[in-house]
Design a protein around this ligand. Structure first.
Ligand SMILES: N[C@@H](CCC(=O)N[C@@H](CS)C(=O)NCC(=O)O)C(=O)O
Length: 206
């Protein structure tokens, strides 16, 4: 097994959280290198694309969270070997990346009225569409998991996203939007978040 060092913000969410969870669940040893926003500001230029997460694998550096997810998902036994099931896994993860990018675009709006309008449009448009489509995708795949009929890295990625929406992280977007528009994604979140290994992972931080 290579030496793995995953660098990301010191938060229980975001683009590195599925990889952290996957490695913990799969018993893959890694250095969980957590940095503050201030530290990121100071070291930003040292990261490819000036962004995190980055995964150092021995002496090479891997960027792009879904590439990291596929790689660590494979090491952890949480990425399908069947090509079509792997594509289903990617499909769900890429959909989450799409919508997260749209959310991020509203984060840097300084004017409060403008931000409110952008967030309301986000809730009515893209967020509603992605919640609806991801719920439909889940149902098409059998209703419990997004690929392979079992927990995969895709479930961790969708769970982390739905959980963040329900935390009310986006001002002007109702925290109960997933409950109202995609209750089956909420049931999926509860199933995945309630997994004993996921519970064990978070218990380490309390
Ligand atoms: N396409 C990249 C996006 C990475 C990204 O934008 N990361 C954010 C944090 S979640 C970041 O580093 N932002 C810093 C900045 O934009 O200055 C990925 O999939 O990992």
């Amino acid at each position: 097994m290579p030496n793995l060092k995953l660098t990301y913000f010191d938060i229980h969410g975001g683009r590195a959280e599925p990889a952290r969870l996957a490695m913990y669940i799969g018993g893959v040893a890694f250095e969980d290198h957590r940095i503050s926003f201030r530290e990121f500001g100071a070291s930003r230029s040292s990261y490819p694309f000036k962004r995190v997460p980055v995964l150092q694998i021995d002496d090479v550096v891997l960027t792009q969270c879904n590439s990291i997810n596929r790689y660590v998902g494979t090491l952890a036994g949480l990425y399908p070997t069947d090509p079509l099931e792997a594509a289903f896994c990617d499909e769900a993860m890429d959909a989450v990346e799409d919508i997260v990018s749209k959310q991020v675009a509203t984060m840097f709006i300084k004017d409060e009225d403008e931000k409110k309008a952008a967030r309301e449009a986000l809730a009515d448009g893209p967020l509603a569409i992605y919640l609806h489509e991801l719920q439909a995708m889940l149902e098409t795949r059998g209703g419990e998991y997004f690929a392979d009929g079992r927990l995969t890295i895709a479930d961790l990625k969708v769970m982390v996203w739905v959980r963040s929406l329900r935390s009310g992280i986006l001002d002007h977007v109702p925290a109960d939007l997933p409950d109202k528009l995609a209750p089956k994604l909420v049931a999926h979140l509860e199933r995945v978040d309630g997994d004993p290994k996921v519970r064990e992972y978070y218990a380490r931080f309390t």
